[in-house]
Design a protein. Structure first.
Length: 456
């Protein structure tokens, strides 16, 4: 047991430092946490607890701030950010992770603040968290019926601007259902590599290690493993027999429907989930060009292609908002996927920090780049070819409005009629011709995608 001496404090201190970096510099929580855990010597249970603390505190920050505001005599944004995050971390343990003893949640939070050299704040942290432990169950939370905006922000932990947008788009009941689903852990979903093993064979094997495993309802190669475990540690992953990928992302490639022997361009391809799925579909006689503006992230695409045994995938550094004519020197592409960089607000289950990182004007700003990418993609697609545009957000300015502007400018493109779409996606396509998935309706990430065809 000596090896674990001090582990509770070290675990919480690691989580607190990650939270502080995320808030102070806008760093991505998953990257910061992965790096911090890699440098730590924490045992597996402590690593799991640190992960829960980081993501749980970020996910429920709106509710935690509301509750803390009832027991602290000053505004949280007036406190030192390290102290404010220590209070949030302690509040998460008291309010959400109720299996943590009150004394542990309070005392360890005080130790973390002291370890950071903020001795002057230890009394405040101790007093506020003890007060919260005594009173939080009696604090009345805003009801959806009486105040929908306050309910979404203070109970369901959305930033006010996003709560307002979802209320306008969906109304109170559905906005609340979406917010609730966005706070639940997502299912663990994988995609079978058909060049190594059929889905049925893989599913039969994985059920021994993931008893809840079952075939996805829509994605033809998808398997839902349940909500526990780490798929990337499974031997079938290292052997290249599956890729970890949400069902909604798999369905974007189903909508593209690449065929054996075709040449396909994937813009903004990193980390490579969709690019490798396309490469699996086109086979050894086909070719996939995966481009991304970030050279480091393209290494993830190359590593995935090697693991899966996909030699026909080429990864190139390109800014997809600029001309891509050199990529079509040997002829235009049969299909192009524009999986555009977006606000990512459909993936809050996985990226709980995104709700606090995305600013209200980001979607409109991102739409400019999205329109530019569509225009460049159209120029390298052959007549009669297929262009799929997708985002992992549900906001109209990044989806419907981008597509409307593109179709108005590009007279030789049209949406594929619903009846002509591939079978796996057809029932998820609405009357406007767009594929939509959401956490609360489908237990998938929130995606919007459109299939466009260039007239011959």
């Amino acid at each position: 047991m000596a090896r674990r001496s001090g582990a509770p404090t070290r675990t919480r201190l690691l989580a607190l430092r990650v939270l502080e970096r995320v808030e102070r510099s806008g760093a991505f929580a998953d990257l910061m946490l992965h790096a911090a855990l890699g440098r730590s010597r924490l045992a597996a249970p402590d690593r799991a607890f640190a992960t829960e603390l980081v993501y749980g505190t970020l996910r429920w920050r709106g509710r935690l701030d509301f509750l803390l505001s009832k027991v602290v005599d000053r505004r949280l944004d007036r406190l030192d950010s390290y102290v404010a995050n220590a209070l949030r971390l302690g509040a998460y343990q008291l309010v959400v992770a109720e299996r943590v003893p009150v004394t542990a949640a309070v005392d360890e939070s005080v130790r973390c603040v002291r370890a950071a050299g903020l001795e002057r704040a230890t009394g405040l942290v101790n007093a506020v968290l003890r007060r919260l432990a005594e009173r939080h169950r009696a604090i009345e939370l805003p009801a959806l019926e009486a105040d929908p905006l306050a309910h979404l922000t203070h109970v369901l932990s959305l930033p006010a601007w996003l709560a307002e947008r979802w209320l306008a788009l969906y109304g109170p009941e559905e906005a609340a259902a979406l917010a609730q689903a966005s706070n639940r852990p997502p299912p663990l979903t994988v995609r079978a590599n058909p060049h190594r093993q059929s889905r049925d064979e893989l599913l039969a094997e994985l059920r021994a290690r993931f008893p809840e495993a079952e075939a996805c309802r829509h994605a033809p190669r998808g398997i839902v493993l349940g909500r526990r475990g780490v798929a990337a540690l499974d031997p079938a992953f290292s052997e290249g027999r599956f890729t970890v990928q949400d069902e909604a992302a798999q369905l974007v490639v189903s909508l593209l429907d690449p065929r054996p022997g075709e040449r396909v361009l994937d813009l903004c391809a990193a980390p490579g989930g969709k690019a490798t799925a396309i490469a699996e579909d086109v086979g050894r006689d086909g070719a996939v060009v995966a481009v991304d503006r970030h050279a480091g992230r393209l290494d993830l695409v190359r590593r995935a292609a090697r693991r899966l045994g996909l030699p026909g995938l080429t990864a190139l550094v390109r800014d997809a908002t600029r001309p891509l004519a050199d990529l079509a020197a040997d002829g235009p592409f049969d299909r192009v996927l524009v999986d555009a960089p977006c606000s990512g607000l459909g993936t809050l289950r996985r990226n709980s920090d995104a709700r606090w990182r995305v600013a209200p004007d980001d979607p409109a700003r991102l739409a400019e780049a999205q329109r530019a990418m569509l225009a460049q993609a159209a120029r390298v697609l052959r007549p009669g070819g297929v262009l799929v545009y997708s985002t992992c957000t549900m906001l109209p300015e990044e989806n419907e409005e981008v597509l409307q502007a593109f179709l108005a400018d590009a007279g030789d493109f049209a949406l594929t009629p619903r009846e002509a779409l591939p079978g796996p996606v057809r029932e998820l396509v609405g009357g406007d011709g767009l594929l939509r998935t959401t956490p609360h309706r489908h237990d998938m990430d929130g995606f919007v995608a459109a299939r466009l065809e260039r007239r011959p």
